[in-house]
Design a protein around this ligand. Structure first.
Ligand SMILES: NC(=O)c1ccc[n+]([C@@H]2O[C@H](COP(=O)([O-])OP(=O)(O)OC[C@H]3O[C@@H](n4cnc5c(N)ncnc54)[C@H](OP(=O)(O)O)[C@@H]3O)[C@@H](O)[C@H]2O)c1
Length: 341
């Protein structure tokens, strides 16, 4: 079978994404053999390629955390699954339910354990979820990281779930932010979203974003958030930018609101701004790390109930995986980038 691996190259800062032929994996008694049919990329996969992700591990590793496919073999001790079942894999192999634990870092797919950019993968039966008939393999492959992160931030962790009467602020139009927009609109919330691109702002409006802001034309976009919210601020911020956006996010959140700290799009450096606004506003800063299998199952029920279709910008073939990486890196996408075969 064919699979890709991430491998360091002497003298180069970035790892190479290399295609190789290997034997099909054997299936342990507690495992499922999955024929992977689609994967999606996340910004984290670029960090992994640059050797910058916290969830990296030994090399070579099969990249990408997010995949979906069909079960083609069931381990002798596995109950409840059958050949032909359609599944998506979880981001953390072993986080089934309950609160996060540092031990789950040991098996984050596409980082500290093998991922899904491979024709077949053998995985423990506890690390997949069933996907509904209404979702294609490509759509299901968008869910394990970006959608589940948005779901946990909006529906699992905050004291108050997103819903009618709540104002959400999303930064940019990448995978996590568009997932948050869709989940929040389905819940009846009002959404402000920022983007560097007018065309992407129009696309966000087509997804029922209530207000859009160009963060390029308005570097102090927190002022516009204040105008839109009549000086109240947003109830919750999906903070995917990190150090470079946290100052504006702190200014944008309302008193008693929540900043869901998710990303590092502006880098890993510490923020220049004082964190004191969080104290002055009695606001929560909540670190979010993808989610558990149990959260994934709840999210799928919600996606089916609200007929949410993950937003796929474009799709590449298995042989075009390197092009898919380059496309994600160009940040031309709106929502998700998929590899399908
Ligand atoms: N904590 C977790 O569990 C978790 C899970 C998933 C992702 N993440 C992190 O969250 C971040 C987003 O991930 P992703 O996969 O959604 O990324 P992505 O799809 O690659 O998002 C790229 C988009 O982000 C927007 N962006 C870039 N810089 C920005 C800035 N300074 N201000 C506002 N928007 C900006 C741009 O949108 P426009 O083109 O519209 O300007 C860009 O197209 C990454 O840092 C990733 O590592 C964390």
């Amino acid at each position: 079978m064919r699979r890709y691996v991430l491998r360091s190259v002497e003298g180069q800062a970035e790892k190479a994404v290399e295609l190789e032929n290997v034997d099909q994996p054997s299936v342990g008694s507690g495992d499922l053999l999955i024929r992977v049919r689609a994967c999606s990329l996340n910004y984290r996969d670029l960090l992994m390629k640059r050797g910058l992700s916290a969830s990296g591990g030994d090399e070579p590793v099969v990249p990408l955390s997010d995949g979906a496919g069909e079960i083609v073999e069931v381990g002798s001790n596995v109950e409840g699954w059958a050949e032909g079942d359609r599944v998506a894999l979880t981001f953390f192999r072993d986080w089934e339910s309950g609160p996060f634990s540092m031990r789950y870092h040991k098996a984050a797919r596409g980082g500290s354990c093998d991922g899904v950019l491979t024709e077949y993968v053998s995985v423990p039966a506890h690390s997949v979820v069933k996907i509904p008939d209404s979702l294609s393999y490509s759509a299901a492959a968008c869910l394990p990281c970006a959608y589940l992160t948005a779901w946990q931030a909006l529906m699992e962790r905050p004291a108050e779930r997103v819903g009618p009467g709540r104002m959400l602020l999303c930064l940019g139009t990448g995978g996590v932010s568009i997932a948050a927009l869709q989940i929040a609109k389905a819940a009846g919330a009002e959404v402000i979203i920022t983007s560097s691109s007018d065309e992407k702002r129009r696309k966000a409006e087509a997804l029922r974003a209530d207000h859009t802001i160009s963060y390029v034309e308005n570097p102090d976009w927190d002022r516009l958030v204040h105008e839109i919210t009549e000086k109240q601020g947003a109830d919750q911020v999906i903070e995917v930018g990190g150090a470079g956006t946290l100052g504006c996010s702190m200014n944008s959140v309302r008193a008693g609101g929540t900043i869901s700290l998710i990303g590092v799009l502006t880098g890993f450096q510490p923020p220049e701004e004082s964190l004191f606004p969080l104290v002055a506003k009695a606001a929560d800063l909540q670190g979010i790390y993808v989610g558990s299998r149990e959260m994934f199952t709840s999210m799928i029920e919600y996606i089916v109930e609200h007929r949410i279709s993950p937003v796929i910008d474009c799709t590449f073939g298995f042989e075009e995986a390197v092009d898919a990486y380059e496309y994600l890196e160009s940040a031309r996408h709106f929502g998700k980038v998929v590899i399908k075969w």
